[in-house]
Design a protein around this ligand. Sequence first.
Ligand SMILES: Nc1nc2c(c(=O)[nH]1)N[C@H]1C(S)=C(S)[C@@H](COP(=O)(O)O)O[C@H]1N2
Ligand SMILES: [Mo]
Length: 436
Amino acid sequence: MRERSIQELYADDPERADALAFGRRGALKGAALAAMGATLGAAIPFARHMPQGHLPALLARPAAAQGAAPPVLRMDGKADLILQGDRPLVAETPEHLLDEAVTSTRNFYIRNNGQIPEPFSADPDTWRLSIEGEVNTPLNLTLGELKSRFPVVTRQLQMECGGNGRAFFAPQTRGNQWGNGAIGNAEWTGVRLRDVLQAAGPKPGAAFTGQRGNDPHLSGATDRAAIDRGMRLAKAMDEDTLIAWAMNGQPLPNIHGFPLRLVVPGWPGSLSPKWFTRLVVLDRPHTGAGMGGTSYRVPTRPIVPGSSSNGADFAEMESMPVRSILSSHAHGSRLPAGTRALDLRGAAWAGDLTVRAVHVSTDYGATWQEMQLAAPANRHAWQRWQGRVALPADGYYEVWYRATDSEGRMQPHAAANWNPQGYGANPVSRAAILVG
Ligand SMILES: Nc1nc2c(c(=O)[nH]1)N[C@H]1C(S)=C(S)[C@@H](COP(=O)(O)O)O[C@H]1N2
Ligand SMILES: [Mo]
């Protein structure tokens, strides 16, 4: 009977593969080291630091383990994004395509919960937005009126799906299995929601919002919203919360909400309706589709991974946790023999906070090197990082990268605070790189 390769074993039974590769003492030596090297297709210069129980990054990502390429989005005006699903249409940006300081529209991820509406075919300036609820003067404004009545601002703002990083949870949770690519840092043009709310005049008890667009529910039911979420009024009044009609200097493409969307940077993307038609001001938390229970809510006290919960004592997910990406090298890249340094680049961000530092390790976390980190272009923009690391020899490397936010919180070694819908996973990331 043929021995199964370690690669097959890693795909089927990572624990057993690990036990075989590392043996009881946990050191990768002799035949085991040779087998691991053969599996990875290269020698492992830092094998002495490879921790026991370590599933090599090259094998850890499902597509690599199965030898299959993920499905690719085919859409005019869009790069080859990773197709997460086509009903609803969801597509993730591969990390290495996020190498631009300002994310181009081509490379911006896509997340829909419902159907994609037909493009608005009338004059875009006739699109209407209503501001209702606990306000002295309810407003029903055309896009043309928004443009002429309020100061127009342009800002770089990050938009990130609340479930970004979900694939890193174990056990797996339901929902799109995002890696780190449900993020974009585009340049948005519009007016401040704050200015419009001040024109409407919030009543004394006003404390929350509810906001939605007019995309049909996935089922086609006309009495149900695809998504209809809300937030604390304080975030609506933040100077960076914009009602935007342009993305990177052009009218919004239909897939990103033409002709009007909200941009609530640093908080879950689900708060930023595309095809934006209505915002209601409330004196209590909103109760629309995607609110309450375990939706966009995380445990305040950790729960047993894999257990069920009704989310009663969970808290709203607000400012997103610190995260970093590596954009200069794709996971699994192969570089020419003799390469002795890597010039690494990427980005990092931390919701409403800023990032204080980005560190990289090429020796399985034994040592970490601080990268150069740029200031954000403006508040709520991501920060670019770069730096050079030396490589002692040809072989298999893992680049581990992690950011620390302005309050000292660091990306954890493994996804923490497991929750049924998989929000907030931001572990240290690992990219496999082969030299030679
Ligand atoms: N009308 C509408 N707005 C929406 C959604 C939606 O399904 N319908 N999805 C939200 C979610 S969950 C995210 S993460 C962002 C993604 O924006 P993008 O598709 O422009 O990248 O849009 C948000 N706005
Ligand atoms: Mo999202």
